[in-house]
Design a protein around this ligand. Structure first.
Ligand code: ZN
Length: 86
């Protein structure tokens, strides 16, 4: 099964938390190897989580998930315009 970007984004928090199914994890990793958009999203999502962990608050910044969703929605629009690349 070939994942598209939307599938990756749906599962990206589980992927980071390492709660994602092993088979799905493999598919996500394969997708990340060739998809710059998803790699960038994963990197920035991880950076936010790491910074938060270093502060020992273990809380996501206020509005974090809203901003992520906004960003994903924007990326989705872009990827739909550019769907031949998939
Ligand atoms: Zn992707």
């Amino acid at each position: 099964m070939k994942l598209n970007c939307k599938h990756v984004w749906e599962h990206i928090s589980e992927y980071i938390d390492d709660t994602v199914d092993a088979k799905l994890r493999e598919d996500i990793e394969r997708h990340l190897e060739h998809c710059e958009i998803c790699s960038a999203i994963l990197d920035s999502t991880r950076n936010i989580l790491v910074l938060t962990a270093d502060d020992r608050t273990f809380e996501l910044p206020v509005g974090y998930s809203e901003r992520l969703h906004e960003r994903l929605a924007k990326e989705m629009e872009n990827s739909e315009k550019d769907s031949t690349k998939e």
